[in-house]
Design a protein around this ligand. Sequence first.
Ligand code: AN7
Length: 361
Amino acid sequence: MTSTNGQWRGLIEEYRELLDIPAGTPAITLGEGGTPLVRSEWLSGVTGGEVWIKVEGANPTGSFKDRGMTAAISVAVHEGAKAVVCASTGNTSASMAAYAAKAGISPIVLVPDGKISASKMAQALVHGGQVIRVRGNFDDCLRLSRGLAENYPVALVNSVNPVRLEGQKTASFEIVDRLGDAPDFHLLPVGNAGNISAYWLGYVQYKDAGRATKTPVMRAFQAAGAAPLVLGHPVENPETRATAIRIGNPASWKLAEAARDASGGRFKALSDEQILSAQAQLARNDGIFVEPASAAGVAGLLDDVAAGDEIAKAYAGKVTVITVTGHGLKDTITALEFFGEIPDIVVDADIDAAAAAAGLI
Ligand code: AN7
């Protein structure tokens, strides 16, 4: 891909000819995309294969949502929108508010009251979002968000807007561009199911264009308390500490099932304990701090491997990519609650005292 003096130009300019957006749409960008693909020695060892982590927390607002949002906001502005609306478990609203600020339009955010992390709330507010707290869950917020867009002059930028998927599919392009071909397996968390649908679009497009020889098997993971795709029916009261994926009735249900079926993949549910444990292990083994929901793909790989069956063995000798969707700084309260108890030893400003506290003497 071309770039300006080695500087990444944001995904619209890097991939414009591959995106189905109106010709001449001016890019509203914060430099999103071009995120690191980091080889995990730890997970490569665990599987006997080659495991890579796509670090989406490196996007400007700290999650993969920026890929969809640069596209959705650019097209909305091109079409004359003055206000945008979304329902969110936190990351979509943080991203929308930032891109709306950049575009000079008004962001309206609907969130489940008490169920989004403080950091994501701060992002939406600091960027000038009009935050409306709803007595209900994400699925209720999405219903309201659609209703507002139908009845009032505001553009809907949830992933039911197909332009969002156009932006998000570029993550697959980057992976293939970096690895030289598509991986054998792609693992990721699923909530509203836009991202898995977008990745699949991207992989299929690259294969059809002859830029990859294959498409990966898509294995997607949900939290056990919010696992409608695994159960095969909506969950009325979803619950999980991984609040980003606390979603009971995913909007892109059919697209996600199509990606699973066409790729020979699978959905699987994981306990919150598995997810939080994977979050800590990834941070300690690989130096990558992700928010709880983002660790679901890693937890899924560990769960698959622990089963010791044919699925576990399939990773050996193969290339696996796991998308970690959002930064660990998005939810430090949950992280501290589970692993990071702040030590209650305080020392005087003295080298010997510090050395003793560190166990060096
Ligand atoms: C960190 O922000 O739905 O399956 O409103 O924030 O494409 O929904 C967030 C979803 C995974 C699931 N990881 O992706 C929202 C929202 C993180 C997320 C997902 C989300 P989708």
